[in-house]
Design a binder for this molecule. Structure first.
Ligand SMILES: [Zn+2]
Ligand SMILES: [Zn+2]
Length: 474
């Protein structure tokens, strides 16, 4: 409170004066300091960032209902719950999903629909901490707390920007309207596994007074140029009491979960063709006369480096030279940068090449990966409708999976001699819901491919008949 008292003085810094004007616009230091709990209720939209039809497409959304964010300002705790319903052909099916996540100081946790809480990853903790402070009342109150530092007040495009550093949480840029001094945006830097250094920004608008405090009724969040969530807050409650939002003891005692240890197995599909499986996302290895081709660099740098090592172990005498990337989705390209670092030439659908160049050139300063430590440019070859890789040992036909509702950028690999089709996500055996399978079957038939077996990059190798059975009335 000492800081709050001094903020408006003639001797205060430009930063303190800027903060004072914002605090005043929001309701004043005394009023803000008495706020210890917030409840936000609303509805909105989530976007399918990194998983849409193309990297920059925005047509796939989830309708968000029953949104509630509970914040305990004094204890630094938050719990967010929402129901989200896909408005597109989602691989998990059309049913509404209930999601609940929490933050308790240094501990981020997730609660399953059945009520089981588990400790979340460090990545999730960082994202949730940003979410916590990306509310103007939370950030303003943290700024009043006496531990925060202020720097670099400046004017850009008619808005005033102020950097607020909160101990153990990081630096947040508070952007305010030059006329009203109300916050219009809150920005902070983050790390994304695929995108590297990112700016997370929440745009704030449609302010209204609640119990003497100005609160935004519209919040839109983006990660760099990708809009991720929009919330229309139908109710904000400001109080001094909040329910217990502490993480369960078992969760607090568990270590923050990192990526699981990687396991890679090599299963022979046909002579010179292997499924490099293990865990949820697989790759395939194809041996040609004098080089090897890997299909897919999924999930993480660690997985992809392990897959590449396994490929070199399985066929030690030949160089691994090419990566075929099935589509652009984040979970299937999280190892793209690792593959480039390992010197592989990337073959993918032509709609992906611009983004793949961007993804392999982006700064990764906050959590440098292998490519960031030894940068090299990607060599990427785009495929339109089809391309053949062939030498004396093997023929591999790459085809665009045209018209598939899972994505516009999907390639499948057909080995005519082995009658094998390698594909990701168009058909995942073992699932109960197959919204993309009919299109895959149609592509196989249109192209007159003589497929005996499907090699999926999720699930196990199955005869073509499994795909046929997954397609109603086929
Ligand atoms: Zn996908
Ligand atoms: Zn997938």
């Amino acid at each position: 409170m000492l800081l709050a008292v001094g903020l408006g003085c003639a001797t205060s810094s430009p930063e303190e004066r800027a903060l004072y004007e914002t605090i005043s616009a929001l309701g004043g230091a005394d009023r803000l300091f008495s706020v210890t709990a917030l409840t936000l209720d609303g509805e909105g939209t989530n976007w399918n960032v990194g998983q849409d039809m193309t990297m920059d497409a925005t047509g796939q959304t989830f309708r968000v209902t029953n949104y509630r964010r509970l914040i305990d300002l004094g204890k630094g705790r938050m719990r967010v719950q929402q129901t989200r319903t896909p408005t597109f052909a989602y691989f998990q099916g059309p049913a509404p999903q209930t999601q609940m996540v929490g933050l308790d100081g240094e501990v981020a946790y997730n609660v399953s629909p059945t009520g089981t809480a588990t400790r979340a990853s460090t990545q999730a903790f960082n994202e949730r901490t940003a979410e916590f402070y990306h509310h103007p009342v939370v950030l303003a109150r943290a700024a009043l707390g006496g531990q925060a530092k202020f720097a670099n007040v400046r004017v850009e495009g008619g808005e005033r920007l102020l950097d607020i550093t909160v101990p153990a949480a990081g630096t947040f840029t508070l952007v305010t309207d030059a006329a009203t001094h109300l916050p219009t945006r809150i920005r902070s830097g983050g790390h994304h596994p695929n995108l590297g250094d990112v700016t997370i920004e929440t745009t704030l608008g449609d302010y209204a007074a609640v119990s003497g405090v100005q609160v935004p009724r519209r919040m839109v969040t983006s990660v760099d140029r990708f809009k991720s969530a929009e919330l229309k807050l139908t109710r904000t409650a400001i109080g001094s009491e909040v329910e217990d939002l502490s993480a369960p003891a078992a969760v607090r005692e568990a270590p923050a979960s990192g990526p699981p240890a990687v396991t890679v197995t090599a299963e022979v599909v046909a002579p010179g063709v292997w499924l490099l499986a293990g865990q949820s996302h697989h790759s395939a290895l194809i041996e040609l006369a004098d080089h090897l081709v890997l299909v897919e660099a999924p999930q993480s740098e660690a997985r992809t480096l392990a897959v590449i090592a396994k490929a070199r172990e399985v066929v030690p005498g030949k160089p691994l030279t090419h990566l075929v990337s099935s589509h652009h989705h984040f979970d299937h390209t999280a190892g793209l940068r690792a593959a480039v670092a390992e010197g592989l030439t990337v073959i993918t659908h032509e709609a992906n090449t611009a983004f793949y160049k961007e993804a392999t050139a982006r700064p990764f300063t906050r959590q440098p990966d292998t490519l960031a430590k030894a940068p090299k440019p990607i060599t990427v070859e785009g495929v339109g409708d089809a391309r053949v890789l062939e030498d004396t040992a093997r023929r591999v036909e790459l085809y665009h999976i045209a018209g598939n509702p899972h994505g516009d950028t999907m390639l499948m690999a057909y080995l005519p001699r082995e009658r094998v089709l390698i594909q990701a996500d168009a058909f995942s055996p073992g699932g109960t819901y197959h919204p993309y399978a009919a299109n895959l079957l149609q592509n196989i038939r249109t192209r007159k491919l003589r497929v005996d077996r499907i090699v999926p990059l999720h699930g196990t190798v199955v005869p073509l008949d499994e795909l046929v059975k997954a397609v109603p009335a086929s």
